[in-house]
Design a protein around this ligand. Structure first.
Ligand SMILES: [Zn+2]
Ligand SMILES: [Zn+2]
Length: 256
């Protein structure tokens, strides 16, 4: 299996997984990069996974149907281009012979879902849309801090070697914020150097790994004393994880 990040728009990635003959794509916000990748490798499009309803994630779905030999899957509680097989937390789908389980991750949008494959020979794979980014997380457009904190906590419990396939290249900007929250975190300094080198060479910083995110991402570290202290200085109502998360998310919205 090959896992590829197809750049789209200015900072989106459309994830493609293929076995040399068949491919699936995740969140095709535009069709052209998918057409080009399928053509270059002579692949059949065997399925589309959608994580949430935003246009930069679904805009290319209808234009890809003409060459789609398989289903479009998406969150039951959101408006997705139809026809689409609706999915809920705990549902399982099989694509390219791989089983993916659905995890409800409300917060960025009300019905956002993620797709997790537990791995078979290779490392597990997580397609998490705009919920978890490397070093950061999505903005709260439709959900509460409590919901998003719980969603991120569920993702943080996945196996450490899980490949984290986020839908945007926001890593360096996120890490600048993370360094202000936790200036004394050595794992963060090392990871930042790796990501700067990747971007300087025009490579994606993704996929990340869950164990990396647990070590560097302040939004997954709301119980760490240094993070709690920093959040308290920025208005956190208490040391509870969801209050720390809420303060960090508010602060990050204004951070430049
Ligand atoms: Zn979004
Ligand atoms: Zn997006």
């Amino acid at each position: 299996m090959d896992l590829i990040a197809l750049p789209a728009f200015t900072d989106n990635y459309i994830w493609m997984l293929h076995d040399g003959a068949n491919a699936i794509v995740v969140d095709p916000g535009e069709a052209a990069p998918v057409h080009a990748a399928l053509d270059a490798r002579q692949l059949t499009l065997a399925g589309i996974l959608v994580t949430h309803h935003h246009g930069d994630h679904v805009g290319g779905v209808d234009a890809l149907r003409e060459r789609l030999h398989g289903p479009v899957y998406g969150p039951r509680r959101e408006q997705i281009p139809q026809p689409c097989v609706p999915l809920d937390d705990g549902d399982e789908v099989e694509l390219l012979g791989l089983r993916f389980s659905v995890i409800d991750v409300p917060g960025h949008t009300a019905g956002h879902i993620a797709y997790f494959h537990a791995g078979r020979g290779g490392a597990p794979i997580l397609f998490c849309g705009d919920t978890l980014f490397s070093g950061g997380c999505g903005r709260l457009f439709e959900g509460t801090p409590e919901q998003m904190h719980r969603s991120l906590s569920r993702l943080a419990e996945l196996p450490g070697d899980t490949r984290v396939c986020c839908a945007h290249e926001y890593t360096l900007a996120n890490l600048r914020f993370a360094a202000v929250v936790e200036p004394g975190n050595p794992a963060l300094a090392r990871y930042t150097a790796d990501c700067e080198a990747a971007r300087a060479a025009d490579r994606p910083t993704l996929p990340s790994r869950i164990d990396t995110e647990r070590a560097v991402n302040p939004f997954l570290r709301c119980e760490q004393p240094a993070v709690v202290r920093c959040a308290a200085a920025h208005g956190a109502a208490s040391a509870r994880g969801s209050d720390v998360f809420a303060a960090l998310r508010r602060w990050k919205n204004e951070f430049r």
